[in-house]
Design a binder for this molecule. Structure first.
Ligand code: FMN
Length: 332
């Protein structure tokens, strides 16, 4: 089933999200062979360059000399970026749109530099993976959100290709942020970025490695935001990320207003064949319901199409008899 996302024509709304499954030309070729509509490349992380440079500069006899650290950062950064640019150029040969992904540090000029280089290498679009973990009790939410939109404005000024922003789920009002992004030139949002959460081993009193993979139930946290955002900010194309493991989940996301679904854990669980399976499920479902194209059903269950208060209701009132009388749902 064809779709348009960020102004790009995709042969399928099933996109493989930024992950190890899009890490190099060989993995990307597998995504394409199995019918992916587009691929989002693994992010370039500025933080990785800075940490690596700091580690190397500690080992060097010149440790502590500021210039050496800066030189290492520049050198490692150039090498690292060059590797990403080679992957973009190779992926471009596959014929499906290639969305490059950037994760830089706050206030860094590298966002715009990397974006321009990625456009030059042949990226069809960019996805900005922005998140600031609040650790400063004096930094208000609005201040952090301003940093997001300022970063996006810098990048959209630097490139001509469409830019999507992968937003964190922990925003007070994602709609306000999405609206501000439109004004800064963004074409889409990815809802949502899923974070690597630390875990604790209570016997060893040590940090443990939690699983990076999602559970299908996580989709429900995303659907409401998609339905609200599709109605409130229709200028942005939405891609759903987090919890799309099968065709049914993909259809739900599209009904809420998404133009594409990004999958990552599903590829981990079921292999690359899941890409084609989800796409075929969408086709069969649409045919069964008499929808000839994605436009015929995309957003059919977004906030604007919903007569009742389903998307507004967040409390469990309907489970109490004093509010609903005998209509209380059975709890099983
Ligand atoms: C091992 C692993 C690596 C990932 N690397 C990136 C990355 O480089 N950049 C990024 O934006 N998201 C990254 N993600 C997040 C995924 O793109 C995606 O947003 C998340 O896994 C939720 O989607 P899912 O439910 O389909 O897994 C990664 C996820 C996993 C599991």
């Amino acid at each position: 089933m064809k779709t348009t996302y960020l102004g790009l024509e995709l042969r399928s709304p099933v996109v493989v999200g930024s992950s190890p499954y899009t890490t190099d030309a060989e993995h990307i070729a597998r995504c394409v062979r199995h019918g992916a509509g587009a691929v989002v490349l693994r992010s370039i992380f500025e933080e990785q360059i800075v940490r690596q440079a700091a580690a190397l500069s500690c080992q060097s006899p010149d440790a502590g000399m500021g210039d050496a650290g800066e030189y290492l950062e520049r050198y490692l950064g150039d090498e690292y970026l060059a590797g990403h640019l080679r992957v973009i150029a190779a992926a471009r040969e596959t014929g499906v749109p290639v969305i490059a992904s950037i994760n830089c540090m706050t206030g860094s000029a590298a966002w715009a530099d990397y974006a321009a280089a990625m456009e030059q290498a042949g990226a069809s679009a960019l996805e900005l993976n922005i998140f600031l973990q609040p650790t400063d009790r004096h930094a208000a939410g609005a201040e952090l959100e301003k940093t997001y939109v300022d970063t996006v404005a810098r990048v959209t000024k630097a490139v001509g290709i469409p830019v999507a922003v992968k937003l964190p789920q922990r925003l007070t009002n994602p709609l306000a942020v999405a609206d501000a992004l439109v004004g800064r030139g963004a074409r889409g949002v990815v809802l949502f970025n899923r974070f690597f959460e630390p875990d604790i081993d209570i016997e060893r009193l040590a940090f443990a490695v939690g699983s990076p993979y999602s559970h299908p139930s996580e989709l429900r946290n995303v659907l409401r935001s998609v339905a609200l955002c599709a109605t409130a900010v229709p200028q942005l194309d939405i891609a759903v990320s987090t919890g799309v493991h099968d065709g049914e989940a993909a259809v739900k996301a599209l009904l809420c207003g998404a133009r594409a679904v990004q999958i990552c854990t599903a590829v981990h669980r079921f292999g690359y064949a899941v890409i084609g399976e989800i796409d075929r499920f969408i086709d069969a479902w649409a045919e069964r319901h008499g929808f000839a194209s994605l436009d015929a059903f995309s957003g059919r269950m977004d906030y604007g199409h919903t007569a009742d208060d389903t998307y507004q209701r967040t409390q469990y009132m309907k489970y109490y008899r004093e509010f609903c009388g005998d209509d209380v749902p059975a709890l099983g």
